[in-house]
Write a protein of this length. Structure first.
Ligand SMILES: Nc1nc2c(ncn2[C@@H]2O[C@H](COP(=O)(O)OP(=O)(O)OP(=O)(O)O)[C@@H](O)[C@H]2O)c(=O)[nH]1
Ligand SMILES: [Mg+2]
Length: 322
């Protein structure tokens, strides 16, 4: 991937384009360098995500570089399907083994994971609370086509969103916290290995921004080669300036990672800005998850076919030497 421009000339050009990208707003409202506004007021993208050299005559530069977020209707999968809580009994208390893609919501306790899930599913499916530590185990929520009858539904999910327990809940005894973090981390590791986990959405409270612990978790996701996207929550409770600052910090992390590492970072160049309370940025997030589900299901199908072909090969070869 082209990681953007370097040198003073391109530095200035980038600044110019980043202003022009937001030509509807006066320069004073322009986002800081290294971040582009997009067609959506709720999605920012790192300038490093934009390929090629900048041609100021090219009108496509002044809209969203990927056009993914231009669409304002609900994605079809979300429109014609419904979310449902999937009890662990459905999976016999094991992790799901079907080739169904999943995305997980991760973040500090009280950051708004369960509330965001409810906003996306337009139902109060996940339990929320003012008291940190409400969600105690990974909870699965499946997206099922509405026309299916209940009995047919079990294996027919288009994808799962997993609501994870929050980290850093200081009120619980240390041992409980340690175990809790270990199980969440172990869980994520397992789902990465299984191939089901397509992406982690790392939620950050807009009022607080990215802290050291969040950063170390993002570092771990990079090491685990797990794709992730940062989502700012509770956007209704801070000023636009603070939102832009927080989004820019996250875009800069993307740049810094790209510069320091030979290997690519697994961070997405996009930052989503959301408010579950005011229902802001939710449709953009639906489109992002819809993409994860459709790409993930194709990938899992290929993996499943490869697995089957391998086991057929083994069973055909079995006993030939006797
Ligand atoms: N102002 C505002 N408050 C929110 C928003 N989203 C969540 N909250 C509040 O934040 C608190 C925590 O929300 P939860 O969704 O339970 O947070 P969580 O991340 O699931 O918390 P744990 O399960 O403890 O990890 C609740 O009091 C919510 O009402 C939002 O968009 N705006
Ligand atoms: Mg929760």
């Amino acid at each position: 991937m082209n990681r953007g421009l370097s040198g003073t000339k391109s530095f200035l050009k980038r600044k110019l384009v980043s202003w022009r990208c937001n030509s509807t707003s006066a320069p004073i409202n322009a986002p800081p360098l290294l971040m582009y506004g997009t067609a959506s007021p709720y999605v920012y993208v790192s300038s490093a995500a934009i390929d090629g050299t900048i041609d100021e005559e090219d009108p496509s530069l002044f809209v969203h570089p990927k056009s993914l977020f231009v669409e304002k209707n609900l994605p079809k999968s979300f429109e014609s399907s419904q979310f449902r809580y999937v009890s662990p009994t459905t999976f016999n208390f094991e992790l799901p083994d079907k080739p169904i893609p999943e995305v997980a919501f991760l973040g500090k306790s009280n950051v708004g994971k369960s509330s965001l899930l409810n906003a996306l599913t337009t139902k109060d499916l996940a339990k929320t609370s003012k008291t940190p530590g409400r969600t105690q185990q990974p909870n699965y929520f499946g997206l099922y086509p509405s026309f299916l009858k209940n009995k047919e539904k079990e294996d027919a999910a288009l994808g799962y969103i997993i609501d994870l327990p929050g980290f850093g809940y200081a009120k619980a005894p240390d041992e409980v916290v340690a175990k809790w973090q270990a199980t969440t981390q172990e869980f994520l590791q397992q789902r990465i290995v299984d191939g089901n986990l397509q992406r982690v959405y790392m939620l950050i409270d807009s009022r607080r921004g990215l802290n050291t612990f969040d950063s170390s978790i993002l570092g771990w996701l990079d090491e685990a080669e797990c794709d992730y996207t940062v989502v700012l929550t509770k956007a209704d409770s801070v000023s636009k300036a603070k939102l832009v600052k927080s989004a820019n910090e996250i875009c800069m992390r993307y740049h810094a990672k790209g510069l320091e590492n030979e290997s690519e970072t697994h961070q997405s160049p996009c930052v989503h800005i959301t408010s579950s309370k005011k229902n802001k940025g939710i449709v953009d997030l639906m489109w992002a998850i819809d993409t994860d589900f459709s790409l993930g299901s194709e990938q899992l199908k290929i993996m499943e076919e490869e697995r089957k072909a391998k086991s057929e090969k083994v069973s055909k070869g079995w006993g030939k030497t006797r």
